[in-house]
Ligand binder design. Structure first.
Ligand code: UD1
Length: 475
């Protein structure tokens, strides 16, 4: 299917919504880091006619979470940083807006982004933008390291738990900052007007964001910093690679302990944002849920190793060649229905919490009953109610869910459901692909935060999914 030839069909007009194919004509669209037109701020919807088999190849975009932390790190650098493969998402656009609110200059085109933070003259980023995404809060580290001061509003992001910032605060204090929390803002200042100083800090929990924020702060602190019990996620390694390329001295990324020797100054550098492992995992699960066969690239197989193991155990066929991964769950290939499996989410290299809702959908289509235990976020079961509306038989007790497979009573049927957060929202899309009838999903702004052209990519694979955009009322 040639996406660029998709046109707006007048017969598809359904008031007060219209169906938009032309909004996303290319998989790699130009990055437009501007305020979207008013119509797009209204609540768009997806409608999905389930039952289509998927086939073909899908391109995987750059990692959202890596892009967000690397963008924050450009604040540490003098001169221009050039990033390739930045996904065009509302979250990356919000991050660009946060950097601009501080005085950084940004240009973006076709997945490339140039950031120059030489003109940064403020230490207080736009609080409204910080309130939209968790990653916005990460700028507290670079700002404090470079200017000795930062005032950052408490962050937003998906409503999946209390998501405190205590580890950030205690970690920054260990680097010599005076940090206070009040009026919804964190105010931090390097003690006695001097810069940060190297120190030792052990995280109670390997928080990804706290690890990244403290790593950025320590890169410009005076002396050596040792951070232990840190996150080992690939995104932490991506950030360390960017910082090292910019002149920082970071060792141990990917292990439990980071050793960082502070430098007075970092310089802009060039980097490629690695592929998004959660997007790849979502498409792998889409293939399994629809009993289809698709390939995708680029993928770093070790980043999705946990999911590969589970899908193999369920009965899928998976092949990897270089950076291309193929997943088949076609009955002719696998010969029987897929078998359910249990999942316990954990920090990397464990099963990613960001794939938990999508995996739950697959389990409703498998044989047997399965147990999903969420251990990273205390309130990440919000999608279950919506999946139940689609016919999923799931029982939740605290952070554990028991999922009945197909012959135990789950039967995905169409309904109108609402996306309440990013990954829970995309799980509804996957359920809609397998459900009988037409599923309508509202609240898809949550999904647009983290999936670049999701509907266009699914159409490329043969799915029947439409984006309905409300028409603005006449003034
Ligand atoms: C990042 C990812 C998110 C992913 C998560 C876990 C970004 C922008 N987001 O989120 O997609 O789901 O990692 O892989 O990179 N915690 C505290 N105190 C703190 C910090 C965290 O108690 O100061 C707790 C959180 O409430 C949560 C757990 O630690 O229960 C893990 O959170 P964390 O790893 O920090 O996730 P984020 O960095 O917010």
């Amino acid at each position: 299917m040639d996406l660029s030839s998709s046109t707006l069909c007048p017969q598809n007009l359904t008031k007060p919504y219209f169906i938009s194919f032309h909004k996303q004509p290319h998989i790699r669209s130009h990055l437009q880091f501007q305020t979207p037109p008013k119509t797009l701020t209204l609540d768009p919807k997806f409608t999905i006619t389930g039952g289509c088999k998927l086939s073909g190849h899908v391109p995987i975009s750059g990692s959202k979470n890596s892009a967000l932390s690397i963008l924050a790190a450009t604040l540490c650098c003098s001169g221009t940083s050039k990033l390739h493969g930045v996904p065009n998402l509302s979250d990356t656009r919000t991050m660009a807006s946060i950097l601009r609110s501080l005085g950084a200059e940004i240009e973006a085109c076709n997945g490339e982004m140039w950031v120059n933070a030489d003109g940064v003259g403020s230490v207080e980023p736009c609080p409204e933008d910080i309130g939209k995404i968790r990653g916005g809060f990460f700028v507290i580290g670079p700002l404090l390291a470079r200017f000795g001061e930062a005032v950052v509003a408490l962050p937003g992001g998906c409503d999946i738990g209390t998501r405190p910032v205590d580890l950030y605060i205690r970690g920054l204090r260990a680097l010599g900052a005076i940090v206070e929390l009040g009026d919804g803002k964190v105010r931090a200042q390097a003690a006695n007007g001097r810069g940060l100083v190297g120190g030792r800090f052990k995280l109670d929990h390997p928080s990804v964001g706290a690890t990244e924020t403290l790593m950025m702060a320590a890169c410009m602190a005076d002396g050596v910093t040792v951070l232990s019990n840190v996150a080992k996620e690939p995104e932490v390694i991506d950030l360390a690679r960017f910082l090292t390329g910019s002149g920082a001295c970071v060792e141990g990324a990917g292990s439990d302990t980071l050793y960082i020797k502070g430098k007075n100054q970092l310089h802009g550098s060039e980097c490629v944002v690695p592929p998004d492992r959660i997007e790849a995992g979502t498409f792998m699960l889409a293939a399994a849920i629809t009993r289809s066969s698709i390939s995708m690239s680029p993928v770093i197989p070790s980043h999705v190793a946990c999911l590969i193991d589970k899908l193999l155990a369920a009965g899928c066929k998976i092949t990897c060649a270089h950076d291309t991964l193929e997943v088949s769950a076609v009955p002719d290939d696998v010969g029987h229905n897929l078998q359910g499996f249990d999942v316990r989410t954990c920090p990397f290299p464990g099963f990613p919490t960001d794939l938990q809702p999508q995996t739950m959908v697959l389990l409703t289509t498998c044989d047997g009953s399965s147990i999903v235990e969420e251990t990273v976020f205390e309130n990440r079961m919000g999608h279950v109610r919506e999946l139940q509306k689609l016919g999923a038989r799931i029982r939740v007790c605290g952070s554990t869910a028991v999922i009945c497979g197909k012959e135990k009573g789950s039967a995905l049927l169409s309904s109108h459901v609402v996306a309440k957060d990013l990954r829970g929202g995309v799980s509804l899309v996957l359920a809609g692909l397998a459900a009988e009838g037409v599923t309508e999903i509202s609240g898809i702004a949550h999904i647009d935060r983290g999936y670049e052209n999701l509907d266009a990519k699914l159409r490329l694979l043969g799915a029947d999914i439409k984006r309905l955009i409300p028409l603005a009322s006449p003034l």
